[in-house]
Design a protein around this ligand. Structure first.
Ligand code: FPP
Length: 236
């Protein structure tokens, strides 16, 4: 595998709808196929020793889709957490949910809470699933948490800097995103990990998410390894 590997990979899994349309099947089946793709990428990330993998599974804006599509996605989420949790736990994967769990239906919320609690001491891949997530909402939440700490006298306003803010994000303790992949050729961040992507390398493969396989993933990792990262500095 090409070196250096990114420590933290983030993926916007786009194109399930177009994939379903191209195959003349219901969008729900496109999402189901998307879950298969996601399984393989999670397994490979774990096997490669990548530290963190963040996947955009459901944004705060996705509630605007048809009730049928939302129900299909909620069903898939529940199914995923029920069927995969044993294998993920065995693989020492630590699951974190990025997003507002309180805004989720009861069964899904319980499954998400259970997955986090069950895997919290695992030390392998940090698998972050962004569910009912928005980047601006995450930043507003972090500001609110800091303000509450300041009111309680636990932190002085002058001590609020980048580290203090990062510590209130859902990704607290994890490295910044090194590589962001958005499939399907769309070139947007769509409110995903706004703070954490400050110095991320971006890749926009044309492949629709259900077709994104290990070869595509390896190609993305090789492209990342070839990037010249300067973090605002200059190479000597
Ligand atoms: C984008 O495709 C994808 C989504 C909005 C959802 C991604 C969700 C999954 C892959 C499955 C659920 C996740 C888990 C963890 C079980 P799109 O529908 O926007 O595609 P389009 O732009 O072609 O319409």
């Amino acid at each position: 595998m090409s070196q250096p590997l990114p420590r933290h990979v983030a993926i916007i899994m786009d194109g399930n709808g177009r994939w379903a349309k191209a195959h003349k099947i219901k969008v729900a089946l496109g999402h189901r196929k998307g879950v298969e793709a996601l399984r393989a990428i999670i397994r490979e990330s774990s096997d490669l020793g990548i530290e963190a993998l963040s996947l955009y599974a459901f944004s705060t804006e996705n509630w605007r889709r048809s009730p049928q599509e939302v129900a299909a996605l909620m069903g898939l989420l529940l199914e995923y957490f029920t069927s995969e949790i044993d294998e993920l736990d065995e693989k020492n994967v630590r699951i974190r949910i990025l997003g507002d769990k309180d805004g989720m239906p009861d069964k899904q919320r319980a499954a998400l809470i259970n997955a986090e609690a069950r895997t919290r001491d695992n030390t392998g891949l940090n698998l972050n699933l962004a569910i009912n997530y928005g980047g601006r909402a995450e930043l507003a939440r972090a500001a609110r948490l800091l303000a509450e700490k300041a009111v309680r006298g636990e932190i002085a306003p002058e001590d609020i800097g980048e580290d203090a803010l990062a510590n209130e994000l859902y990704t607290a303790g994890l490295p910044d995103v090194d590589l962001l992949i958005r499939t399907s050729g769309e070139m947007r961040l769509s409110n995903f990990l706004l703070y954490q992507c400050a110095y991320a390398e971006f890749l926009f493969p044309e492949t629709l998410w259900p077709d994104f396989g290990l070869e595509d993933y390896h190609a993305a990792l090789a492209a990342f390894a070839g990037r010249d990262r300067r973090f605002g500095g200059r190479k000597a």
